[in-house]
Design a binder for this molecule. Structure first.
Ligand SMILES: [Fe+2]
Length: 275
């Protein structure tokens, strides 16, 4: 997407308190990237290059990628990994898949294989221990897949164990309230893309406006399909940090941009320090 329509890349710096974080992991630095949508249209090479350079400058202990590497056609993943292979981190790169990465029956394998080929660990209802047993990272299957079943994974962890959870769709935070989630990292919403300052994502108001129109008229208007309007159930979690009962959810606005572009909602790279 052209810079005029996406806006410049914005770096969000966060400090997150994790109860019971071992002293050896104080100050652990994470970089989160999400929703790249590398398809030749939604993410410019320039923005991707910049995001990779900024991530490397941050010297993260770990990089987490929260899905949507491609948009439907998985083929561009092969070219994307030729860019992502320059990402540097001390304890590796961990990824979950988004709904767009499983669009076709062959997509999941194609995307997973490409990411794995450059050493990125793809978690699909899996637990990784990049820092040893003291801070596991759970990566869940996409919410819209038939395999989103957090119980068998989450129940493997002791309630006393602090943990990070990667889950593409932030709506899952509602279900994950049943377990301890010190920090859930999500994407998927692109921050709502068009945000009305002080009011939130424009889509909420557009949806209300459409509802009052006859079906025929509604269908003729742009962005009236459910894929655009029902991206999430909980629009209040479209971006930023949220307390969900005892858990914390952070929603990254993503790097890629869908038409018609972004307004007051710049693409994002997140740097998170744990303490
Ligand atoms: Fe996305």
């Amino acid at each position: 997407m052209h810079r005029l329509l996406s806006g410049p890349l914005s770096i969000e710096n966060l400090k997150i308190k994790i109860t019971g974080l071992p002293a050896s992991l104080q100050g652990t630095k994470l970089v989160q990237m999400s929703d790249l949508h590398y398809d030749g249209l939604r993410l410019s090479e320039r923005m991707l290059e910049k995001a990779i350079a900024i991530s490397n400058e941050a010297e993260p202990d770990i990089i987490v990628l929260t899905g949507d590497y491609v948009t439907d056609d998985p083929l561009p993943i092969r070219q994307l990994v030729q860019r992502l292979k320059y990402l540097q981190s001390r304890c590796g790169i961990y990824a979950v898949l988004g709904n767009h990465d499983i669009h076709y029956p062959h997509s999941q394998t194609e995307v997973t294989d490409a990411l794995t080929s450059i050493g990125i660990k793809v978690l699909w209802n899996d637990i990784a221990y990049p820092f040893g047993t003291k801070l596991p990272i759970v990566g869940l299957a996409d919410y819209w897949s038939r395999e989103f079943k957090p119980a068998p994974v989450m129940n493997q962890l002791e309630p006393t164990q602090p943990r990070l959870v990667l889950s593409h769709n932030p709506d899952t935070a509602h279900i994950l309230q049943q377990w301890r989630v010190d920090l859930q990292l999500s994407g998927h919403t692109h921050g709502g893309q068009i945000v009305i300052p002080g009011m939130g994502p424009g889509v909420i108001y557009y949806r209300k406006f459409l509802r009052n129109l006859p079906k025929k008229v509604r269908r003729s208007l742009p962005f009236s399909r459910p894929q655009c309007l029902e991206v999430v159930r909980r629009w209040e979690w479209t971006q930023g940090l949220h307390k969900v009962k005892q858990n914390l959810l952070y929603v990254n606005r993503g790097l890629g941009t869908f038409p018609p572009g972004r307004l007051f909602c710049p693409p994002e790279l997140t740097v998170i320090t744990l303490n």
